[in-house]
Design a protein around this ligand. Structure first.
Ligand SMILES: Cc1cc2nc3c(=O)[nH]c(=O)nc-3n(C[C@H](O)[C@H](O)[C@H](O)COP(=O)(O)OP(=O)(O)OC[C@H]3O[C@@H](n4cnc5c(N)ncnc54)[C@H](O)[C@@H]3O)c2cc1C
Ligand SMILES: O=C(O)Cc1ccc(O)c(O)c1
Length: 490
């Protein structure tokens, strides 16, 4: 089956009828028609349709090695630097369509799945069947163009103790048993973005579990369809308030939703289990497979498009009310330009220094990507701050579409006109800026960029601990010694 169309995406998710709860009610009818999900599912369908755009077809798809059909490029196992470039171009096609506002467009997890599937043998050290399961699952995702959500994090109850030490050992999802059909899982996980609007869920280990017997039941890696019996998605309030694109330009299109996942004795079929009960394998999977590298390559490629969009909005605001002559304004916009060129340089460096890894994948150099994923969570909140600092009252003088369609129009046209543009266009732009830096959608974006790839504090620790600093320490020591020698001569 070739890469799917938008309609196929929607039909499949509607038909699956996963157990999704929002505002105290279960979604009973077609989820694509539900006000909370309608806008984002339409956008996601547009992404899939780009795979069939004849002008983009060569970038968006490639020939599957097994079926000979054209399948999605984010599943492509890169063998050459050109393959990496093609992956990046595909990712950026999708990212430009949503302006980087959909962090979990399916290419994110597809990139991880591609790496896990290529490195499948690592799962075979536990049981050779698991390696086959992983490889088969990757191929299934590729051939059926499955969309995946994922959940890695244990509930935020008490971060000072391990999950086994919580008041009930089944708060965090754990193995509750096994039978001839599969593993039985009970408990909860966080925080599956795009929870109800994808085909399947990847339930992988979070980065680190302690190496101890009592942690083993919390160690597993599997993927199952979202409509598996016993699986429940609990949504937060939707930030798509059903308003027009004029009123909520981002929330009405890109509201991905975040969900809490509850497993009520979910049976995970054996052919969908990739690892279980082995903390060692689970802790290694992300790094050893290089999934982290390919996922970061997707993230940084996407964030180039996001930063370009932010820069475009800011510059249009500057031109609209004519503030470009002020030095502090120029300096603030320059901060965004510097960030944009920095993330672009990180991607270029990562691809230029790519090497074939032990699984045969052409793998970007992780160091620049690792720096980028430590940098962006710090700089993105600054973009939002800059937008507020340059927007000022303009971010609140934003009557909505109904006001423009009312008898207020002459007042609005007169008092909200701008140096470069009429009132309607000016408010349209400032409502967009508001949706980036002020609305519930916008503040979620900021929280997302801070945390979606893990706790930034622990990411920085990992960078500190993994970065080879010795050469520089030695140079300083050598310099200090050199000074002493000079003192001796005198
Ligand atoms: C919008 C959004 C979308 C997300 N989407 C997904 C998704 O699709 N799938 C998914 O699996 N996850 C998702 N996440 C979860 C994300 O991976 C986590 O937020 C991230 O890993 C941090 O974990 P936490 O939220 O449990 O924070 P916690 O670990 O609870 O941290 C809370 C605070 O305590 C501090 N802290 C806690 N423990 C330690 C420690 N051991 N050492 C030092 N400091 C500590 C942290 O620094 C932080 O300040 C999403 C998160 C957000 C905000
Ligand atoms: O496992 C972790 O702690 C970090 C992590 C990695 C990738 C993600 O998508 C995510 O949400 C969290």
């Amino acid at each position: 089956m070739p890469a799917k169309t938008g309609k196929e995406y929607i039909d499949r998710v509607d038909k699956a009828k996963a157990n999704v709860w929002i505002n105290g009610e279960q979604v009973k009818d077609k989820i694509s028609q539900h006000p909370a999900f309608k806008g984002v599912m339409k956008t996601q369908a547009e992404l899939y349709d780009l795979q069939h755009d004849s002008a983009k077809h060569d970038i968006m798809t490639y020939i599957s090695p097994t079926s000979n059909e054209r399948v999605g490029t984010s599943f492509m196992q890169p063998r050459t630097k050109e393959d990496l470039e093609k992956r990046r171009k595909m990712i950026q096609e999708w990212a430009r369509h949503n302006n980087g506002m959909m962090g979990r467009s399916p290419d994110y997890i597809n990139s991880g799945m591609m790496a896990y599937g290529t490195a499948a043998d690592m799962f075979g050290t536990q049981d050779s069947a698991f390696a086959k399961n992983m490889k088969d699952y990757y191929e299934l995702c590729r051939e059926k163009d499955l969309s995946l959500t994922h959940t890695l994090i244990q509930p935020q109850v008490n971060r000072g103790v391990s999950a086994a030490k919580l008041p009930d050992p089944y708060i965090a999802a754990r193995i509750a048993g096994k039978n001839s059909e599969g593993l039985i899982i009970k408990g909860a996980r966080l925080l599956a973005t795009q929870g109800g609007i994808t085909d399947e869920i990847m339930v992988f280990p979070s980065t680190l579990l302690k190496q101890s017997e009592e942690e083993n039941p919390y160690a597993f890696a599997f993927s199952i369809p979202n409509n598996t019996p016993g699986l429940k998605f609990i949504c937060r309030e939707s930030f798509d308030y059903g308003k027009s694109h004029f009123d909520h330009p981002l929330g009405s299109r890109f509201e991905e939703m975040d969900t809490i996942i509850v497993f009520d004795d979910v049976v995970v079929p054996w052919n969908r289990v990739f690892a279980y009960g082995d903390v060692g394998i689970c802790n290694q999977a992300y790094n050893e497979s290089n999934a982290v590298v390919h996922m970061t390559h997707q993230v940084v490629s996407k964030n180039i498009a996001k930063t370009e969009f932010i820069l475009g909005i800011l510059q249009l605001m500057v031109e609209t009310i004519n503030i470009g002559q002020y030095q502090h304004v120029q300096e603030k916009i320059s901060e965004v330009i510097i960030a944009l060129e920095t993330v672009k340089a990180f991607i270029t460096a990562s691809e230029a220094n790519a090497k074939v890894d032990k699984w045969g994948m052409m793998t970007p150099d992780f160091t620049p990507l690792n720096i980028a994923r430590n940098y962006y969570p710090k700089i993105y909140p600054r973009f939002s701050e800059i937008m507020q600092l340059l927007g000022a009252s303009g971010l609140m003088a934003i009557p909505n579409e109904a006001d423009f369609n009312s008898e207020l129009r002459p007042d609005l046209d007169k008092y909200l006109q701008a140096a470069n543009g009429g009132a309607y266009d000016r408010v349209k732009l400032y409502r967009l800026a508001w949706d980036v830096c002020m609305s519930s959608f916008g503040s979620r974006q900021t929280l997302y960029e801070r945390f979606f790839f893990g706790d930034p504090v622990r990411m920085a620790s990992a960078l500190y601990n993994g970065y080879d600093k010795q050469e520089y320490v030695d140079r300083v020591k050598e310099f200090l010694n050199r000074t002493e020698n000079l003192a001796e001569i005198n």
